[in-house]
Design a protein around this ligand. Structure first.
Ligand code: HEM
Length: 135
């Protein structure tokens, strides 16, 4: 059985090779709620898509227990906290659902097992980010 981290790594590799992956993700995420769309009205989306490409890698590194992963996810938790960008803890569920839906479109090998593996990997970093909301 392939470990979650290997499945997610190869799935993410396939997504990153798919030219419209990040466009499709933000289309899906912004469509999930007008409150979410409102958070990005002044955002340079081309830049944001490049930043998220690394951001997702940091979530995977965090799951793998690396020091870089811990440092990067800690910084993300800080920037997304109440005192900074004020990203509400409940919004992460919309983020994960939009992401997994987009992965399903771009990873040709996507299956329910891939879906589960992504949710397991992301949950760990998201828990760390959410725990910093009031920090
Ligand atoms: C900025 C990643 C969840 C809204 C960023 C940046 C990264 C990132 C890498 C740019 C660096 C920074 O400003 O710290 C992630 C990851 C998430 C996540 C990996 C999930 C695990 C969310 C959610 C929202 C959100 C749920 C809800 C609206 C934003 C906004 C910005 C941002 C508004 C700033 C955009 C700007 O500069 O105008 N995020 N994010 N993020 N994120 Fe997230």
């Amino acid at each position: 059985m392939t470990a979650d981290k290997d499945l997610v790594q190869s799935s993410y590799g396939a997504c990153c090779l798919s030219p419209k992956f990040f466009d499709d993700f933000y289309d899906a995420f912004l469509a999930s709620s007008s409150v979410i769309a409102g958070k990005f009205v002044n955002t340079d989306m081309a830049k944001q898509k490049r930043l998220l490409r690394d951001g997702i890698s940091f979530m995977i590194m965090y799951f793998n227990g690396t020091a870089v992963g811990r440092m990067k996810v800690d910084k993300l938790g800080e920037s997304h906290s109440q005192g900074r960008m004020d990203i509400k803890p409940q919004w992460y569920d919309l983020w994960v659902n939009a992401l997994v839906k987009t992965i399903a479109k771009h990873d040709p090998k996507f299956s329910p097992v891939t879906d589960r593996a992504w949710r397991t990997v992301l949950a760990k970093g998201i828990e760390a980010m959410r725990s910093q909301y009031y920090a």
